[in-house]
Design a protein around this ligand. Structure first.
Ligand code: M6P
Ligand code: ZN
Length: 194
């Protein structure tokens, strides 16, 4: 992976461009996706999750990593698009993670759609922050974070995080969040996770 532009003088074209619909373009942009099959274990309704099409995409992530993962002092940029949908009464959502380094914070900024940023501290206290176009969210390094799409259109948000933050998925996989975001009569509600 290149760490520095080869030309250090003169005028260079941008390496990556953001379009204001949210997505990123450029040869250095990496893309990944998570399907219902990948995420089966995170939804409460195991039967509904197993019955659903495992190939159905729940969210896509584009990211630009101008330095290698783990390098101190760098920053990564990401765009996440969560499709609208539910498993039972639970909204489509990201897997969620703590940062491996709990001192490393992150910004999330909503481009379009409606959703909820679900945060949890190290005592499992869990709360939500509404996301809509323009909302900007500063996530302290010690807080786990996950995003749910509560609307009828794709939820697109930008993220910026340190290159040495790392992802701790195992803690979420084992214990989950303290609450789940469920559709209760058409409105999102945080329900304590049994
Ligand atoms: C944001 C950032 C990424 C993260 C992605 C999907 O773009 O926080 O670091 O990978 O969301 O979230 P998750 O890793 O929990 O699936
Ligand atoms: Zn993060």
């Amino acid at each position: 992976m290149s760490t520095l532009p080869t030309e250090l003088e003169g005028i260079m074209t941008p390496r990556v461009c953001l379009d204001w619909g949210g997505l990123m373009k450029g040869p250095e942009v990496k893309e990944s996706s998570r399907s219902l099959g990948d995420l089966r274990g995170i939804f409460r309704d195991v039967a509904q999750a197993s019955a659903a099409d495992p190939a159905r995409i729940v969210y896509r992530v584009q990211s630009w990593n101008p330095v290698n993962t783990g390098v101190p002092g760098g920053l990564f940029w990401g765009v996440t698009t969560i499709e609208p949908g539910k498993v039972g009464d639970e909204y489509f959502m990201t897997h969620g993670h703590f940062h491996a380094d709990r001192t490393r914070a992150e910004y999330y900024g909503t481009v379009s759609g409606e959703g909820m940023l679900i945060r949890m501290d190290d005592e499992r206290k869990t709360w939500g922050e509404r996301m809509s176009a323009g909302s900007l969210h500063y996530i302290e390094g010690r807080h786990a974070h996950r995003v749910a799409n509560t609307g009828d259109t794709p939820l697109i948000f930008w993220a910026c995080w340190p290159s040495d933050a790392g992802h701790d998925y195992a803690t979420i996989k084992t214990h989950g969040f303290g609450s789940r975001l469920m559709d209760k009569n058409g409105r999102p509600e945080l329900i304590p996770n049994a």
